[in-house]
Each structure stands twice: as C-alpha cells, then as structure tokens.
Design a protein around this ligand. Sequence first.
Ligand code: NAP
Length: 251
Amino acid sequence: MSKRRTAVVTGGGSGIGRAIAHRLASDGFAVAILDLNNEAAETTAEEITQNGNEAVAFGGVDISDRAQVNAAVDKVRATLGPVLVLVNNAGLTAMDAFLKISDDLWDRVMAVNLGGTFYCTQAVLPDMVEAKWGRIVNISSSSTHSGQPFQTHYVAAKSAVVGLTKSLALEFGPKGITVNTIPPGFVDTPMLRASEEKGLLAGSVEDHAKLTPVRRAGRPEDIAAACSFLVSDEAGYITGQIIGVNGGRNT
Ligand code: NAP
C-alpha cells in the first residue's frame, strides 16, 4: 500500500482531468484515475508511471451510477489506501434549445454533473473524516457566473455543484476538510474541440481566444495549477470558494 496521500481524479483520462492527474502525481500524490473511458484512463496512468510517478487507472466507471462509484472507490482503497483528495472533474456538456430538452436528457445531464459529484463525494468522505484532513475540488463551469444560452440543463447542474461546494465546506470545515470549486472558462480540451466541430461555439476556439482578456484559450494545465494549490496543506484556510480560472472572461 502506498504511503503517499491518495487522490481520486474523475474524468482523469482526458482534457482537464488528465492534466490534473499528471500535476497531482508530480506533486507526490498516488493518483487514482476514474473514467468512463477505460482506454483513456489507462493511457493517462501509463504516462504518469513512465514519468516515475504513481497512478492507477480505474476505467469503465460511470460516476452517475452509485454502485459503480462505490465499487471503484473500494478498489482504490484496497490498491492505494484511503482517499484524502477528491477532484470531481468528470462532466457532460450539452447544448440544446430549452424547449427541446427532453426529460431523459435533463436527467442525464443532472445525473453526471451533479449526481456524480454527490456519489463520489459521499464515497470518499469517510476516509477524510477518519484522517481529520481532506481536500475536495469540484470542477464546475464559468457559465455559472454568466448563464449560457442553450445550456440551461448544463448550467443548472453546474450551478448546483457550486451550491453543493459552499454547503459542504461549512459542514466539513470543522473536520479538517476543505471544499472549493474551480469554474473553468474556455479550456482547449477534446470537449471544447468537439463543440467547435459541431458548430456550437459561434466561431472557432481561435476566434474566442482573441476576445479573451489574456488573448489565448485556457490550457488544461492552467486548471491543474490552481487545483494543485487548493489540495495542498498550504491552502487549509481556503474553503467554500469559487476560484475562477478563465483568462479574465468572467470576474
Ligand atoms: P473532456 O475532455 O471531455 O474529458 C472529460 C472526461 O470525463 C472524459 O474522459 C470522459 O469520458 C469522462 N466522463 C464523461 N462522463 C463521465 C461519466 N459519466 N463517468 C465517468 N467519466 C466520465 O472534458 P474537459 O473539457 O476536460 O472537461 C472537464 C470538466 O471541466 C467537465 O466537468 C466540464 O464540464 C468542465 N468544464 C470544461 C470547460 C472547457 O472549456 N473545456 C469549461 C467549463 C467547464 P468519455 O470520453 O468516455 O466521455
């Protein structure tokens, strides 16, 4: 069993989650990568171990299914020890006219973005309570600052993640556990490029980068750097906060 602190990163196979997994592993955490995409999770874990750091893939896990989450977290504990850091990153984006959103789609967007965060957090919190130390970072979205047309389902789910973060921080602060949210804005990942390809961005990624105050799109590593600080010992006085990483697009 690892003597390092163990961090679970959901959606760690791709984009922002992949960068967070790499960063936390290089910070010295043993990283468990939970992802629906088995191959992507395995690839990230292999890259990390090839760099001399510690990571194990737990692929094929749908965070919207409580039984799958609990089974995966049990395996993480058995392999890497108790989970003291959780990054709830896996998410499902969607873009639909409000009047066209079906009940099934609404439920799926809620189930992954909000339900998955709920299930993963309940699964790992007992380890943090036992250790009297824990760090949770929820990846929400900059769209929660501003709203976003055609994303009512997604923005509603991500806004609920912000509320969950604030309330959880108050409940678990006395137990040594901090809970914060990073709402990323316009980060160049496979999710963003898929939206661009489908013509959903009203322009290219490069067009939007020109309108961003820092004049570039976000990089997954930008989010990973903020996350690295929030899960550190030094960040123990920061909890219940919304730490925007968005190139100045939202303030
Ligand atoms: P990404 O490149 O699509 O990566 C997301 C990863 O999560 C993928 O490996 C995906 O697997 C996995 N995943 C999706 N649904 C899952 C589920 N139900 N259970 C387990 N794993 C699941 O996305 P990203 O751009 O890095 O986004 C990461 C997070 O940041 C998301 O929560 C997203 O909403 C948020 N965010 C991103 C941006 C941005 O500009 N990129 C902006 C605001 C917020 P599959 O490939 O199999 O689907």
